[in-house]
Design a protein around this ligand. Structure first.
Ligand SMILES: [Fe+2]
Ligand SMILES: [Fe+2]
Length: 129
């Protein structure tokens, strides 16, 4: 899935971080669709887990600093996403790579990125000077 202007938040750093998340998901999906992806799954999920957390902290600070009315909801949805990733990391460490679950995960990530950024994160625009 590609980042488009529909996801623009008016904050360049936040947008760059979002683009990195879109790219990571897109590249990993391409690997899966080409029949690869098993070897890179641990790196993919570990990257997502740590990068998303760094991004979430940064974005939450931005919303708080600008008294963004959706700051609380943003934080709650970040927690839900972090849980989703952590759950899959735990499953992967327990049961190993599962191609079907890898597809399920990238589908969930893309759905989350689309719905969360376009609905919640873009509200930064209205409070960004
Ligand atoms: Fe975000
Ligand atoms: Fe967010």
């Amino acid at each position: 899935m590609k980042w488009t202007e529909a996801y623009a938040t008016g904050n360049e750093q936040v947008d760059e971080q979002h683009k990195t998340l879109f790219l990571a998901s897109e590249h990993y999906r391409e690997a899966l669709e080409a029949g690869h992806g098993e070897g890179g799954y641990d790196l993919f999920v570990e990257f997502l887990s740590s990068y998303a957390k760094i991004h979430f902290s940064f974005e939450e600070e931005c919303m708080l600093a600008r008294h963004c009315p959706i700051a609380n909801q943003n934080k709650q949805e970040h927690c839900a996403f972090a849980k989703l990733i952590d759950k899959e990391v735990a499953r992967f460490h327990r049961d190993g790579f599962d191609r079907r679950m890898a597809f399920v995960l990238v589908d969930k990530i893309d759905h989350w990125l689309d719905s969360h950024i376009a609905r919640v994160d873009v509200q930064l625009k209205s409070v960004t000077p």
